[in-house]
Every structure is written in structure tokens, then in C-alpha cells.
Design a protein around this ligand. Structure first.
Ligand SMILES: Nc1nc2c(ncn2[C@@H]2O[C@H](COP(=O)(O)OP(=O)(O)OP(=O)(O)O)[C@@H](O)[C@H]2O)c(=O)[nH]1
Length: 388
């Protein structure tokens, strides 16, 4: 018998029961321990996978590589059924630049753009520089509200998290996570981890987007928006190598606006610039998206035509000549003028051997020579073969 707090004597516990009780307690403790160990191991493995993911996205060198890594890796390491990205792209600058840099948006169906932050699905109200930064929204999947955000989701999505992508308090988009597990994203869940992940993704996105913008600026002509000489010089070498490997022809055109000095003298330098923009747009209109157009400086343009032999390139050149000559360029309701171009066209024989640099130089020189033949022949014409 043992004495209780009230002074009464309690019946002594059977030692066999005590052993049983202790054994049960022990088993419960072991099970709890095993569970905690399993959780710790799981968390460690998640941390390790996320660290590897962070390293991979930090070292992505361009936009497609970064976005591709996010869509490929994040669903696996975070065990998610859908991951999409929405980016704010007010004047379509990001899309324009990426298209110019040959990004194929069809490769990323989970990537979307909105015109402004109100299209992101956060309840933002009227915002100013001091407004608090929005928090992630976690909750049940609602087809009416979320279907557009998760265009690639499998059926059966149950819970979602829309996580704002922030850079210096500016909202640049949202990272959208979806799961078929209804308990995965509930409003009461802590959001530190996903906010941290989104902040790394936001930094990486801003970095690659600025790099791509710089790349674009370095490769394009600011007056007309077409490529510049640096781009064509590089692209020509790549295309010569590919054309020889895959045995298809490529052609090169030199296009020069006739008597452009007179145009400037008549309509001023500003009017001349407008004419350069209009002529470049008309040339571009006649080319395929796989071709490349560049301004080589002044009133000279060049075009690189992929998989086009001399005859088909001369045919395209004739279309370009006609599209410039056949309708006047309208600078204002009172001011319109006729402009013509002369074009020299040369082709690369895929069987040609020798160094790509030497072949490129020869191709450019030959097109230039043919252009001068077109000028000599009276301008407003295409020359693809030297007379005689
Ligand atoms: N508006 C404008 N003019 C430019 C630009 N770059 C060069 N030019 C002008 O382009 C003209 C080129 O003249 P030229 O090379 O003599 O040739 P052209 O008058 O076109 O005569 P042909 O080529 O022989 O038909 C010059 O007057 C340059 O000042 C530019 O960026 N904007």
C-alpha cells in the first residue's frame, strides 16, 4: 500500500502491470522517436534537394534554361502536381525581347504573362510604395478562379498556393503551386519556406531577364529594331556550319536604299530615320521567321536566308524590291515619298570547303559586289549573277 496525497492508502500496483505499462510507454517512445527521425531525414532530404535546385537556378545562364529548370525540377523535389509562373510584362517588353532571342514560348505552357499586377490574383487594393508586400494565398483549388493560372494542371487539383515574386518590394509575378492533396496548402500553413523559395526564384528571374535585355540591346539596331552587324556576323558563322552539316543552301542579300542622301536632304534626318524604319519593316515582311535581317549601318541592310538557293533568294529579293518601290512612304498626310532599293544576292554552296570565317567574308563580299552591279545597272533592281 502507498499513501496518497489525501492520506488514504492506495492499492499497490501489480509489478507485472507496471512492467507492461513501461513496455508500452517504451514502445510509444520508440515509435515517436522513429517518426521524428523519419521526419528529420525527410526534411534533410528536402533541404538537400532544394539546395541543389537553388544552385541550378542560380547558375542558369538564360531565360529558357531558368524557366525550364523551374518547371522540370520543382514539381519533383516539392512533390507538386502543377507548377506555373505568371510574369508581369506591362508593355510586352519581356515577350518581345525573348522572341527576338529565339525563345520558343510553346515550350513553356506553364509560363504566362499579365499586363499588370492586378492580373495576378492577389487582393492588392490600391497600392503605393509603402503598401505592405502581399503574402502568399493558400487554399482550395477553385476552377473558376484558378483554371487560367494552372493551364497545364492534371485533373483533380485540390489545393493551391499563389506566391508573389517580389524584387525590392516590387511585384514581378507569381509562382503558382498546385497539389492533388487537399491538405497540402491550407490557409493556416506557415509560408516561410515557399516565400524563401519564391524570393530566390524572383532574383534569378530578374537577373536573367536583365541579362537577356542587355544581350538584345547588344545585338539589335536601336533605330529600326532589326539585328545589328555583330549579330549577323555571329549568326552567319553558325548558319554556315549548320548548312554544311545538313547540306542545305543559304543565301545572303545586301540591300541598299537608293539615293538616300537625297531623302535626308528632302525630308531631314528625322524623316530619313522614319524611312529607314519603314523600309526595314517592309523587308522583314517578305522574310521567313527563320531568316535574319540586320542593319549594317547607314542605309544598308543585309538579310540571311536559311534553306534558300540563289533562285529562291533572288525571287524573295525581287518581292522586297517591289514592296519598297510599289507604294510611297507616308511621313505625314502632306509628306509622302517614293523610295527604291538595290539588292545584291549571293548563295553559299553547301559543298564549299574551307574555314567558316573565310566563307562568310567571301559571301558578304560577293553580295556587296552584286549590289554595286545593281547600282551600276541603274538602281531599283536585283542582281544575283554578274553579267558576262
Ligand atoms: N537619316 C539617317 N541617315 C543616315 C543614317 N546613317 C547614314 N545616313 C545617311 O545615308 C546617306 C548615305 O549616302 P550615300 O552613301 O552617299 O549613298 P546614297 O545617297 O544612298 O546613294 P546610292 O547608295 O549610291 O544610291 C548619307 O547622307 C548619310 O548621312 C541614319 O542613321 N539616319
Amino acid at each position: 500500500m502507498t499513501q496518497t496525497a489525501t492520506g488514504k492508502l492506495a492499492p499497490q500496483a501489480d509489478p507485472a502491470d507496471q512492467v507492461k505499462e513501461l513496455a508500452a510507454e517504451n514502445r510509444a517512445l520508440r515509435a515517436r522517436m522513429a517518426y521524428l527521425l523519419e521526419q528529420a531525414e525527410r526534411n534533410h532530404s528536402i533541404m538537400t534537394r532544394h539546395q541543389a535546385f537553388d544552385l541550378e537556378i542560380v547558375s542558369a545562364s538564360n531565360f529558357p534554361e531558368l524557366v525550364g529548370t523551374i518547371f522540370r525540377v520543382l514539381p519533383i523535389i516539392s512533390e507538386l502536381d502543377s507548377v506555373t509562373l505568371t510574369l508581369v510584362d506591362e508593355d510586352a517588353d519581356i515577350r518581345t525581347v525573348m522572341l527576338k532571342l529565339d525563345v520558343v514560348f510553346e515550350d513553356f505552357p506553364g509560363l504566362q504573362f499579365v499586363e499588370n499586377i492586378n492580373g495576378l490574383g492577389f487582393d492588392l487594393g490600391r497600392r503605393n510604395a509603402y503598401s505592405p508586400t502581399p503574402k502568399p494565398i493558400l487554399g482550395m483549388y477553385d476552377a473558376q478562379r484558378h483554371a487560367a493560372t494552372f493551364p497545364t494542371a492534371p485533373s483533380g487539383l485540390q489545393s493551391v498556393a499563389l506566391v508573389p515574386l517580389l524584387r525590392n518590394r516590387r511585384i514581378i509575378g507569381s509562382l503558382n503551386l498546385g497539389s492533388c492533396d487537399p491538405t497540402r496548402f491550407t490557409p493556416s500553413l506557415g509560408t516561410d519556406f515557399i516565400e524563401h523559395m519564391a524570393s530566390i526564384i524572383a532574383i534569378c528571374l530578374e537577373n536573367v531577364i536583365s541579362n537577356e535585355m542587355l544581350k538584345y540591346i547588344g545585338l539589335t539596331d536601336s533605330l529600326t529594331g532589326v539585328y545589328n552587324r555583330r549579330y549577323i556576323d555571329r549568326r552567319l558563322l553558325e548558319e554556315i556550319a549548320r548548312a554544311r552539316r545538313q547540306q542545305y543552301p543559304i543565301s545572303f542579300m545586301y540591300i541598299d536604299i537608293d539615293h538616300f542622301k537625297r531623302v535626308n536632304d528632302t525630308v531631314g534626318h528625322g524623316g530619313g530615320d522614319e524611312v529607314l524604319r519603314e523600309v526595314s519593316a517592309r523587308i522583314k515582311n517578305e522574310l521567313r521567321t527563320s531568316d535574319a535581317l540586320a542593319r549594317f549601318g547607314g542605309e544598308e541592310f543585309v538579310a540571311l536566308l536559311i534553306n534558300a538557293n540563289l533562285d529562291s533568294a533572288a525571287f524573295v529579293a525581287e518581292r522586297i524590291r517591289a514592296s519598297v518601290a510599289n507604294s510611297m512612304i507616308v511621313l505625314s498626310p502632306e509628306l509622302r515619298l517614293s523610295v527604291t532599293v538595290s539588292i545584291g544576292v549571293a548563295s553559299l554552296d553547301p559543298a564549299a570547303d574551307g574555314e567558316a570565317e573565310a566563307i562568310a567574308r567571301e559571301l558578304i563580299a560577293r553580295a556587296d559586289e552584286l549590289l554595286y552591279a545593281a547600282k551600276d545597272g541603274g538602281r531599283n533592281r536585283v542582281v544575283s549573277l554578274l553579267p558576262g
